[in-house]
Design a protein around this ligand. Structure first.
Ligand code: NAD
Ligand code: 0WE
Length: 264
């Protein structure tokens, strides 16, 4: 297989539908010649992820609920026995209890909801990094997570996910610092809003999509495959000098100081 990921073994978490950002990443990495292992979070998603495995020629399809230490340990065992190691980790997982994404931050936040959001959306990246770096070859490896502008700016309704993404982004830097000497690079992609399952049912999401498209330099939103192509690049040797970085794939939205106006 040719392509700039030829021969690389990539573990991709976070596929729930063909619109998932992780599906765009699987497509892009497959196109660049990577071997894929996909994970599914619970039996309800198994058949969907198996369909994705078929579509992108994935070799492995494994269960992974990141709230379970046992499932993380079993995943390590499977990768070790089936592949003898792994080169790339993609973390495309985020969750907060739905009630916390309504109304204001202080209005909705609870001790339990805060803990769940941070456990699934931030700790899980550190947990997977800790479990998987020993499986990466001496020549190096790459880890990547997905984040959002809500980590650094207050955005209406994103609420507890903001602090959770801030923790995730800080984790990227700490992991990059620690794993750099092993030539393992750790980065994040801050994606613009995309209508995925995680976005469906969030009230006002459609208005947010059109408002961000309007304000973005490119005048549109981004697609999962655009995030996927950037992920493929960041996890490849083409990006050998990049680590600890958060790269925006958002049609330029975050650089604007004010929405575009017609100044006549
Ligand atoms: P998605 O719903 O397709 O993916 C979210 C994934 O998280 C699902 O596959 C789900 O199974 C998984 N997940 C939730 N709880 C889990 C658990 N306990 N164990 C294992 N997996 C679990 O939505 P998406 O938009 O593709 O989200 C992927 C990532 O991208 C998330 O981190 C999200 O915060 C981030 N992101 C999304 C957008 C957007 O607008 N869609 C923008 C920027 C960043
Ligand atoms: O990170 C995300 C999605 C976060 C998310 C979404 C859900 C919906 C279903 C986390 N947990 C859940 N829990 C559920 O039960 N995004 C970047 C997409 C997103 O979500 C928002 C956004 C944007 C953008 C929520 C409110 C405001 C903006």
């Amino acid at each position: 297989m040719s392509g700039f990921l030829a021969g690389k073994r990539a573990l991709i978490t976070g596929i729930a539908s063909p619109r998932s950002i992780a599906s765009g990443i699987a497509q892009a990495m497959h196109e660049q010649g990577a071997k894929l292992a996909l994970t599914y979070a619970g039996d309800k998603l198994k058949s969907r992820v198996e369909a994705a495995a078929e579509e992108y020629d994935a070799e492995l399809c494994l269960p992974l609920d990141v709230t379970s230490d046992e499932q993380i340990a079993d995943l390590v065992q499977s990768l070790e026995s089936q592949w003898g190691g792994v080169d790339i980790l993609i973390h495309s997982i985020g969750f907060a209890p739905r009630e916390l994404l309504k109304g204001g931050f202080l209005e909705s936040v609870t001790r339990d909801g805060f803990a769940v959001a941070h456990d699934i959306s931030a700790y899980s990246f550190a947990a997977l990094g800790k479990a998987l770096y020993p499986l990466m070859p001496e020549s190096g490896g790459s880890m990547l997570t997905l984040t959002y502008l809500g980590a650094e700016r207050a955005l209406p309704g994103y609420n507890v996910m903001g602090p959770a993404k801030a923790s995730l982004e800080a984790s990227v830097r700490y992991m990059a610092a620690e794993l750099g000497p092993r030539n393992i690079r750790v980065n994040g992609i801050s994606a613009g809003p995309i209508k995925t399952l995680a976005a469906a049912g969030i009230s006002g999401f459609r208005d947010m999509l059109s408002a961000t498209a309007q304000a973005a330099p490119l005048g549109r939103n981004v697609e999962p495959l655009e995030v996927g192509n950037t992920a493929a690049f960041l996890c490849s040797d083409l990006a050998s000098g990049i680590t600890g970085e958060i790269l925006f794939v958002d049609a330029g939205y975050h650089i604007q100081g004010m929405p575009n106006a017609d100044l006549g």
